[in-house]
Every structure is written in C-alpha cells, then in structure tokens.
Design a binder for this molecule. Structure first.
Ligand SMILES: Nc1ncnc2c1ncn2[C@@H]1O[C@H](COP(=O)(O)OP(=O)(O)OP(=O)(O)O)[C@@H](O)[C@H]1O
Length: 257
C-alpha cells in the first residue's frame, strides 16, 4: 500500500538546536499513529513542518504522492490535511456554528468575487453549507452548543469543536496535537470515542499525546522522537519494553529532577 504521508529525512534547527533531525516516517491510509517523546523531542515542530507553518531546512514531505514541502498552510489544508493545536486556536468570541462555517467555506467551490455575481448559486450553496455544518455538529453531539460563544464552553467541548472544525475542512489526514491536554477522565473517554469514530469513517490520524492510556487505547503504531530524531517505531507493547525508549524517558526525568 502507498503511504498517504511520506516524510523523507526532514530536518529543522532553531539556532543551534536540531529540533527535528533527519526524520523519515511513512503513514498509511486509515492508520492512527501516535507520536510520542519527552518534552522538547521535536513533536510539535514536526507537526508544524508537515502542516506548512515551518519550512524544513532539508528533506521532503509527500502527501498522496505529491510533494508538499514548503507549501503554505492554507494550501496544505486545501489538499486534505488539517489539525488541532496544543493551545486551542478557535475564534473564541464567535459561536460554535461560526467556527465550523469558516472551515466549511475553505472547501467551497465559489470565490468571494463570484458571490457578488452569482447570487442565486451563492445563496443555495450557503444554505447547503449551513445545513451541513449543523448536521456535523449534531453528529458530534454539539448541536445544542451551536449558538454559544466558544469562550463560554468547557475545555473538553472546545477541543471537540476543534476536531469537528478539522473534519469540516474535508481533510483525510488529521493531526491532533495533545488532544487530551487539560481534559478530565470523562472528557478523555469521550475524546477516545471521537478519535475511534473518525478513524472508522476513514480518516488517517496522527496524534501527539503524553497520556499513555489514550495512546495505548487508540494507536496501532507509535513513533518515538528523542532529541529531534526518530528513536523507535512499533506497537505500544514493543515500544513500552524497548530499553532505548525507557532510557530516553528516564533520562529526561532525571534532567528535570
Ligand atoms: N519557535 C521556536 N524557536 C526556537 N526554538 C524552538 C521553537 N520551537 C521549538 N523549539 C525548540 O525545538 C525543540 C523541540 O521543540 P518541540 O516543541 O517541537 O518539542 P515537543 O516534542 O513538541 O515538546 P512538548 O512535548 O514539550 O510539546 C526544543 O528544544 C524547543 O525548545
């Protein structure tokens, strides 16, 4: 099977720090890949490179066989990659519905200029988009929050809205950056169900997560980063018992002690 995402010897340094150092990784359609590693291992930087926020200093990234290295974030979203952020990035002073609508508009066929001239088509399309946004919110148990300002909702719901927004862009590949951060046990359980459901619906998912219970529950494959390098990849059980991985985590704990 062809990988949906191929990362080929990608690197990026900040000053003297090699945040990501010659990382190569294949992700296959339908996979849920867990990206783990101690603090500062380079996980977020790798996400930021793939989603176009940073340009790698070397290496290439292929999505569905197409070279997307250095493309702008909006282009990468349009191609079918979407993400959530470690620090939730929603329009906090807008309603849930408006946040989802923005994502839907990214995949609409018409441009702003067209909207001035083809009013009828625009109105029809607009109505369809609104209906689809409401359906999507409903299917994620968020219909009752549609008219609420995001800032008024608990973090667990905000994280779910961010995931729904990623889905609304039409993405096939979704990056989740620490989706369980700040969630309580019940919210984490609900999150696990959401992730499994997305996967059942055909989404490929890559997630950064420190909550190992969540990683164990949802990820078939795990990649471990350490000092910017890919230390190991494999199943949860092989990773958990790998001496190098144990050493990487223990070593970091000692440094922070
Ligand atoms: N914008 C930046 N400018 C300078 N250094 C950075 C920047 N972003 C990350 N770094 C450095 O790059 C390295 C990797 O950081 P990164 O945030 O990717 O790690 P991480 O694995 O996501 O960590 P965490 O689990 O704490 O989020 C760290 O040494 C970090 O200090």
């Amino acid at each position: 099977m062809e990988p949906i995402l191929r990362i080929d010897r990608v690197s990026l340094s900040f000053g003297g720090v090699k945040a990501v150092n010659k990382v190569s990784l294949n992700v296959y359609p339908g996979q849920i890949l867990g990206l783990i590693g101690p603090n500062g291992a380079g996980k977020s930087t790798l996400f930021n490179i793939i989603t176009g926020l940073y340009k790698p200093s070397e290496g290439r990234i292929f999505f569905k066989g197409r070279d997307i290295t250095g493309e702008k974030p909006h282009k990468i979203t349009a191609l079918g990659i979407s993400r959530t952020f470690q620090n939730i990035r929603l329009l906090m002073d807008r309603t849930v519905f408006e946040n989802i609508l923005v994502a839907f508009h990214r995949q609409c066929q018409y441009s702003l200029v067209q909207t001035f001239f083809i009013t009828r088509t625009f109105k029809q399309a607009e109505r369809q988009v609104k209906e689809r946004a409401l359906q999507l919110l409903d299917s994620f148990g968020l219909a009752s929050t549609a008219d609420t300002l995001v800032e008024e909702l608990p973090q667990g719901i905000q994280r779910r809205i961010e995931i729904v927004r990623a889905v609304a862009t039409g993405a096939d590949l979704i990056f989740l950056d620490e989706p369980a951060a700040g969630l309580n046990a019940i919210e984490t359980k609900e999150l696990i169900e959401v992730i499994k459901r997305l996967n059942r619906e055909g989404k490929t998912i890559i997630l950064i997560e420190h909550d190992m219970k969540l990683v164990k529950e949802v990820c078939e494959e795990i990649a471990v980063l350490h000092y910017g390098q890919l230390l190991r990849s494999g199943t949860f059980d092989t990773i958990r018992s790998d001496p190098l991985v144990i050493q990487a985590y223990l070593g970091r704990q000692k440094e922070h002690a």
